[in-house]
Design a protein around this ligand. Sequence first.
Ligand SMILES: C[S@@+](CC[C@H](N)C(=O)[O-])C[C@H]1O[C@@H](n2cnc3c(N)ncnc32)[C@H](O)[C@@H]1O
Length: 245
Amino acid sequence: MKNLFKKQSDEVAEIEELGELNERVDAKLLEEVQEYDAVPSEAASYGKTTFWDERYAGDGEVVEWYHPWGNLAPTLTQYMDEQDEVLVCGCGNSEMSVDMYDDGFENIVNADISKVAIHQVTEIYKAYPMEWKSIDLTREEFPEEKFDVALDKACLDSIACNLRGVVNAENYLQQMDRLLQPEGAFICVSFAPPEERLELLEYWDIDQPAKCLAWDVHVDTIGESSPSNFHPAVTCSCSRVWVHR
Ligand SMILES: C[S@@+](CC[C@H](N)C(=O)[O-])C[C@H]1O[C@@H](n2cnc3c(N)ncnc32)[C@H](O)[C@@H]1O
């Protein structure tokens, strides 16, 4: 028993050390970014849990990124059916999941890295029988092939903004590939230019077969692009995972 406690406290110390190391590397990277950009954008924090916890703890106001479900539904329902098991990735406190429920999608699991957001939505939307989980989706948290659809609205965009964006985004997409049914769909609503997202969604490297995504990607555009618009044209990249992986 004594040995077990010692092993556990060694593991905790190791995790804390790793956390501190990560913080130091992030601070260093941020310094380097600041050299190029005198006013570093808030976006560099979008992949950090602390950023989202603080943001949701603010006034608890419900924030809907890009588009409400009503605008997205005509496009997205081409790729998903009402009986599908749906994972809503990085749900925040958005109303999308409950609007989907009202439209007949009754099998929804919501996940977000922010405990504060999950605490809030469990309360605000308690009338809706769906699950809300505080989870880091770049890690292995769900069983293999659990879902038919993983619906991402601005979650990959946040993950990709982080200083370690590309690595985190790759880990995240590997997890999406793992948790989806062989013919499931990863649906990503993003405001990034399609070519930037296609680089990630169609990842193929002959030297790294385990990291390749054999996805067939469709791109749809929702809304108008305008230089003065804070949210320019929203691109929805929908992909079906091929049976052969
Ligand atoms: C821009 S907000 C979008 C919220 C919501 N989907 C919407 O459309 O209004 C991005 C969300 O992704 C969550 N997020 C960021 N990184 C994550 C990760 N690794 N795992 C799960 N959620 C994450 C954040 O906590 C935040 O709630």
